[in-house]
Design a protein around this ligand. Structure first.
Ligand code: BGC
Length: 780
């Protein structure tokens, strides 16, 4: 009976939509979007509705041709527009017009601490996406860096919810200003890769709301993200792609998200849950019981024929379906149906300029000590021609034929835009570090040669989904022979620059697995030690999205965090190493000395405990809200309480750390009041002066500390920051404003944010451990 009614209804709707008497509101641009949505919805048949809520190819979902809604095209994300793959397969389609610009990975973007860079990033990526005909970019990612083993940290924005929030909002606004939707991912708690389909995260409500959700919330409420991607893992025993609490309650009810929830590819597991629990668009790689790429696979998706069947059998009305379709229609109006979308450009000069600028601003100078022969206070970097003249090494100083720079390490010659999983790209160009350095040095017009030794062999594959790098890295030398060659060459070099770190192969900075070890791979530690035995002037450039143990740190005067920085990698690194640009990046995560200094590992809660049957692994976030510097601060405070007067060992490099080629001095922190009233604001002011001899940028970080509270709070938390660019001798007044939310904690009992009246402290700092000035104030 119900079936007959539905058929009659569909028939009437179908004919009504062609009735000349009925105004075509859904096409009328003068009408409000919501009205157009309702009109379109009322004209759609059941089949049309079902068709728009699941995949029709690897990266597209059908539109509604009869009503003029085009197909919706999605693509990864987040660092450039992924090359086209085949309709049903992961292999690349072999197009000749899909080589893009690779922008720096999101860890590097976060390290700029500059939301303007995030906006430029989004705008440029949006233009590339438009050229490529993509309506949704699968990114940015804001999962929290809870462990440095997470294979995907390079795609995310670090450990701090406030920093990630500020950056993600600007990225989304930039991207969506071009009429391309962001799909912020992976919502939520997908904080490591190992067993990502089976991990059931157990986390307190407080940690969920204070640490893991804020960046998503900001993405939705402030960034206005038009879509969001559900994560693979489970929370409270339910997959996040159809998790009632995550999607229906938090995202859609509490945050009033009006966009589309897209499943991670193959992250849907159950038709009923997908219908009821807030999933809007099912995308995927496979479906249970069907072979990958089988021609009928899309019809058999959980939100395809099984859903239609359930409606026809009367198990569901179209209530849930209509809500999903409304959201899809809203997305169309914002993207494919927006006739005012600007033009797209691929590989334009301005995009390369943006990629270069972000890379230069994100590179972090971790350490820069004075080598032998230079006056106290002068770091080994930058390597100017003039400084190279003055450097003395273990080797004879002024050999005939000029100075010699030795570059060591596979990462100097390895393309990093290929590999790592879904963020892998096919680029029009990628300047490798060795090439960038060579061309920069040749421009020095000095008697300087740049020599190279590989030092170690890591990963030589260099291909991903059919994108293959032209240059072979195949090498048959033994590890000993390669090391010996590098050491021999280092003996007579004036400076040795080692490009090491991780790469994008499996079990490193790569999707699908985590790193097995916190140490550097491929015998790099032994290599660096051996080089340090023969040459004191070593610069280590760490190419990665994660921190690693650096056991030789005391023996190496300069260390640079070089990230995965895309198309302009070599150019950006050379410009920082040679001093054209003063580094200004700051770490978006804590660099622990040892893995056990990280809360997730100290508490033994990573990777979790398998349940009987080995289907689900429970991962309890036992460190709770104490992630990153919140953990190291707490450990330090605990130790100091226990052993009077004895300072605890800090991290190797704290959150927010990053040096410059110039120096800065922060003045005294002042506030516009001594008290904050309940709904008021407070503005802090501090002077920053460039006390050095060259231009540079400093990021002032404002941390807030609750002096007394009914619950344990972190020692301090980042609540504002500002990056300032200063000429030598210049002073700028920096102002940062906070409100009550900066003082609040999440009360798990009531589900409310609470700021308890009393004393607070504001700390102006240049890293989580370099506090320049502090002041106390009261919340009334
Ligand atoms: C990843 C997503 C990605 C999707 C499509 C999944 O495996 O987790 O981040 O967007 O594939 O490539």
């Amino acid at each position: 009976m119900k079936t007959i009614r539905l058929i009659i209804l569909s028939f009437i709707i179908y004919h009504l939509s062609f009735s000349p008497a009925r105004a075509q509101v859904w096409l009328d641009e003068t009408k409000p979007m919501e009205q157009r949505i309702e009109d379109a919805l009322s004209r759609m048949t059941l089949d049309e509705k079902i068709r728009v809520i699941h995949a029709q190819s690897k990266f597209s979902a059908a539109g509604v041709p009869r009503l003029g809604f085009p197909d919706l095209w999605m693509d990864d994300g987040p660092h450039g527009v992924r090359p086209d793959v085949l309709w049903d397969e992961w292999e690349q389609a072999g197009q000749t017009n899909d080589s893009c610009v690779a922008f720096p990975a999101l860890t590097c973007l976060a390290a700029t601490w500059n939301p303007d860079m995030a906006c430029l990033y989004g705008e440029s990526l949006g233009e590339e996406a438009l050229y490529r005909g993509k309506d949704v970019i699968l990114g940015p990612g804001v999962n929290i860096n809870r462990t440095p083993l997470n294979g995907r940290n390079f795609e995310y924005m670090g450990e701090d919810p406030y920093l990630a929030s500020r950056m993600v909002v600007s990225y989304i606004q930039g991207l969506q200003s071009k009429g391309v939707a962001a799909c912020v991912k992976h919502y939520a708690l997908n904080d490591d890769e190992e067993y990502r389909h089976q991990v059931n995260v157990i986390v307190s409500d407080r940690a969920l709301h204070e640490i893991y959700l804020p960046a998503f919330k900001a993405a939705v409420q402030e960034g206005g993200s038009w879509s969001i991607m559900g994560a693979y893992n489970l929370y409270k025993d339910q997959h996040n792609c159809h998790n009632a609490i995550m999607l229906n309650q938090i995202l859609k009810r509490d945050w009033q998200f009006d966009g589309v929830v897209i499943s991670d590819w193959g992250g849907t597991h159950n038709t009923d849950e997908a219908i009821r629990n807030g999933l809007d668009l099912e995308m995927g790689s496979w479906t249970n019981g069907l072979s990958e790429g089988a021609s009928n696979a899309y019809d058999s998706y959980y939100l395809a024929l099984p859903y239609k069947q359930a409606i026809l059998e009367g198990r569901y009305t179209t209530k849930e379906l209509d809500d999903k379709v409304r959201r899809l229609l809203r997305l169309y109006y914002r993207t494919t149906m927006n006739r005012h979308r600007p033009a797209g450009f691929l590989c334009s000069e301005s995009h390369y300029a943006v990629a270069l600028k972000i890379a230069q601003e994100g590179i972090v100078l971790l350490k820069n000590e004075t080598p032998r022969g230079l006056p106290k206070g002068e770091g080994l970097l930058p390597l100017t021609a003039e400084k190279l003249e003055r450097l003395s090494t273990a080797a004879p100083l002024h050999r005939r034929g000029g100075k010699r720079l030795l570059v060591v390490g596979e990462n100097a010659i390895k393309m990093m835009t290929v590999g790592g999983g879904s963020s892998s790209l096919k680029v029009q160009k990628e300047i490798l570090p060795l090439d960038g350095l060579r061309s920069r040095c040749s421009a020095m017009n000095a008697p300087l040669t740049v020599d190279y030794a590989r030092g170690y062999v890591g990963d030589t594959v260099q291909s991903y989904n059919g994108v293959t790098v032209g240059r072979s890295l195949y090498d048959t030398h033994s590890a000993e022979a390669l090391r010996a060659e590098a050491v021999e060459k280092a003996r007579t070099a004036d400076v040795v620059i080692v490009f090491g770190g991780l790469n994008k192969s499996d079990y490193q900075d790569c999707e699908g697995h985590d790193r097995k070890d916190y140490r550097l791979p491929y015998g790099q530690d032994e290599l660096v030690e051996a080089l340090a035995d023969v040459n004191p002037n070593i610069v280590f450039v760490n190419i990665s999205g994660n921190a690693s143990e650096l056991p030789w740190l005391d023996r190496v005067p300069a260390v640079v965090q070089g990230w995965f920085i895309g198309s302009e990698a070599g150019e950006a690194l050379a410009s920082v190493l040679c001093g054209d640009v003063s580094p200004s990046g700051k770490l978006p995560f804590t660099w622990y000395a040892k893995l056990d200094d990280c809360g997730a590992h100290a508490t033994g809660s990573y990777p979790g405990t398998w349940r009987d049957g080995h289907q689900i692994i429970d991962e309890e976030y036992k460190e709770d809200i104490f992630v990153g510097y919140r953990w190291t601060d707490r450990q330090k405070a605990k130790k100091e309480k226990g052993k009077k007067g004895k300072a605890a060992a800090g991290p190797l490099f704290p959150f927010g750390h990053g040096l410059s080629y110039t120096t800065f001095k922060l003045g005294t922190l002042t506030a516009d009041s001594k008290e904050m009233v309940a709904d008021g604001k407070m503005t802090f002011t501090i002077d920053v002066t460039n006390t050095g001899t060259r231009s540079g940028a400093e990021t002032v970080q404002l941390y807030i500390s609750d002096k007394k509270c009914s619950v344990e709070r972190p020692v301090k938390e980042l609540k504002a920051f500002k990056k300032v660019f200063l000429k030598p001798g210049e002073t700028q007044q920096v102002q940062m404003t906070i409100d009550r939310s900066a003082l609040s904690f999440y009360d798990s009992q009531t589900g409310q944010w609470v700021a308890e009246p009393g004393q607070f402290e504001a700390l102006a700092a240049t890293s989580a451990t370099q506090i320049a000035s502090r002041l106390t104030f009261t919340l009334k």
